[in-house]
Design a binder for this molecule. Structure first.
Ligand SMILES: [Zn+2]
Length: 103
């Protein structure tokens, strides 16, 4: 099975795009650093900034469920699909070619 070039894909499918697909509602923004409710679980109103994401660094972290990673990890967690399959599904959904690593 060929691998997926995540590095290339990270530039093509931004964290912002994935957040948009997950209907993420940011509650606070400081430049590239966004905060809001975690899209991975039900949050109480007091958890309005539990989820933080850095668009420039392509990473997120939830202080509540401790989930962290890049946009593909987030998508995999949100869709409860293994990362590889989740990423392929994401590419199809966005009509994006999967950047396979050919050996
Ligand atoms: Zn969370």
């Amino acid at each position: 099975m060929p691998g997926i070039n995540f590095q290339k894909l990270r530039d093509e499918i931004s964290m912002e795009r994935v957040l948009e697909l997950l209907s993420f509602q940011g509650t606070r923004r400081q430049g590239n650093q966004w905060y809001g409710y975690c899209p991975l679980h039900e949050s109480e109103p007091k958890h309005r900034t539990a989820f933080s994401v850095n668009l420039a660094m392509h990473c997120y972290y939830c202080h509540k469920c401790k989930s962290c990673g890049d946009q593909f990890t987030l998508w995999a967690q949100a869709t409860r699909t293994p990362i590889r399959q989740a990423t392929i599904n994401l590419c199809y959904q966005l009509r994006q070619d999967v950047p396979w690593i050919r050996r």
